[in-house]
Ligand binder design. Structure first.
Ligand SMILES: [Zn+2]
Ligand SMILES: [Zn+2]
Length: 453
């Protein structure tokens, strides 16, 4: 709370100051009439009054030295800023980058960041980087800067912003439950619970309470459901207040493809959305892609640049980006870029426009579940199916159609509970997180809204 008050005070203080300055300048320029003349904006400063919506690229799952990542936050922000991203949320485990924190150099080296300090000093200079103790002793330490202190160094209006985040890292009966809160104001300790669903509900409620109390737009998404096989498709389905999850997470150990007894992450999505729409009369989950980056110095691990979201928004501000995500006006990507995704409700027509690269071919699968999927052949083991295997029917998340080319389209027949598109390029992922990974894009499910009305 303390930090919140300071932040608000400073903000209002600076607005007031700016207004006074403008008023003074006008008085000097035109002391007699005191007329307010519109100043012609400099091109590089111009913020249009009503900008057109455009796609903004961002990563909302990132770790730094503040928890278990191995680089300084400014360096991480600098990588994303210079690689075509427009927004970045640092989301360390159960901590915000705020307050005073010194980290022993030996601990940084141990984390695999042997070159981290050297690179940090080279990029930002010894006047910026704060160290204490003698370099060759165990006391040697580096100060980790809080977000509020370093954001001015990395942000660019209209081009790149930082959003505060936290990975609420909970655990229920040894199963990990990680949920990212994006644009929160105060740290949220994991709530815990006697079941995964209870803990999911409790963490969601904690975020929603804070959002209401602070008047902020905060996004919660459930992370890597197959990590430690902590979350089943039914958990994802039944906690209906959760609306977002990671359909792709770039960490190599999150079991993206599942195994013999656990469905792949993408299939969890279809099972959960089928249950929601056919049994619970609830809205489907939307899918985000993230890096979950921890390792920044070239060694194997979870890297930058593997997965991201593209959000359509008029303004590049945390609130507008989150509103775009909440409206479903975004897609997830691990390499394929889309110019447009549109769904014509009247025509029941889903259309994608792929931003094609020369020499690359694209295959788009339209995936969905039809309402009478239960009467279709199933592979269910009637003896005593484990709960997450109850939904093994191939009619769930079925490929309804496949298209090639730059403008794939699918017209819904009206019997689909939902339809989503996944575009796969014939190009390998440049830094794959699982074997055989191709570059892809995932759009959000459409055609379900009228069912809930
Ligand atoms: Zn996690
Ligand atoms: Zn993480």
């Amino acid at each position: 709370m303390r930090w919140g008050i300071i932040a608000v005070t400073v903000l209002w203080g600076s607005v007031g100051f700016a207004e006074e300055r403008v008023a003074d300048a006008q008085k000097e320029a035109d002391p007699v009439q005191g007329k307010i003349e519109a100043t012609a904006p400099r091109n590089d400063e111009y913020v249009p009054a009503s900008p057109k919506p455009q796609y903004y690229k961002g990563n909302i799952h990132t770790h730094s030295l503040w928890s278990d990542g191995n680089d300084f936050p400014e360096m991480i922000a600098e990588w994303y800023r210079t690689h075509g991203y427009n927004f970045l949320a640092l989301s360390d485990h159960n901590v915000l980058s705020e307050g005073t924190r010194w980290m022993k150099y030996t601990a940084i080296v141990k984390r695999g960041g042997k070159l981290a300090l050297k690179k940090y000093q080279t990029r930002f200079g010894n006047e910026w980087v704060e160290t204490r103790g003698r370099a060759d002793t165990d006391d040697y330490a580096v100060r980790l800067k809080p977000l509020d202190e370093f954001r001015a160094l990395v942000e660019e209006r209209g081009k790149f912003i930082m959003i505060q985040g936290e990975e609420i890292s909970d655990r229920v009966k040894k199963k990990p439950l990680h949920m990212n809160a994006t644009n929160l104001l105060e740290v949220i300790p994991p709530s815990g619970g006697s079941t995964i669903r209870e803990a999911m509900e409790a963490n969601l409620r904690a975020v929603e309470d804070q959002a209401r109390r602070t008047g902020r737009e905060v996004l919660v998404h459930l992370n890597h459901p197959n990590f430690g096989y902590g979350i089943t498709a039914e958990d994802l389905a039944f906690v209906v207040r959760e609306r977002f999850f990671e359909v792709y997470n770039g960490h190599p150990s999150i079991n993206h493809l599942g195994d013999n007894t656990h469905p792949a992450v993408e299939r969890l999505w279809d099972i959960a959305n089928t249950i929601r729409l056919s049994e619970l009369n609830a809205a489907p989950l939307f899918g985000v892609a993230t890096d979950d980056s921890h390792h920044y110095h070239g060694k194997p691990g979870s890297h930058t640049g593997r997965g991201w979201v593209q959000v359509r928004s008029r303004y590049l501000s945390p609130e507008h980006i989150i509103r775009g995500i909440k409206a479903g006006d975004f897609y997830a990507s691990s390499g394929v870029k889309l110019k447009e995704v549109s769904y014509d409700v009247k025509e029941k027509l889903l259309t994608l426009q792929i931003d094609t690269k020369p020499g690359v071919t694209y295959t788009t699968q339209f995936i969905g579940t039809v309402e009478d999927y239960r009467t279709m052949p199933t592979g269910v083991n009637k003896e005593e199916p484990p709960s997450e295997q109850k939904y093994t029917s191939p009619a769930i998340g079925k490929v309804l159609d496949t298209a090639t080319g730059a403008t794939p389209q699918y017209r819904l027949t009206g019997s689909e509970l939902y339809v989503r598109a996944v575009v796969t390029a014939n190009q390998d992922h440049p830094d794959p997180s699982f074997k055989g990974q191709k570059q892809q894009a995932w759009t959000q499910p459409v055609g379900w809204r009228q069912r809930l009305e």
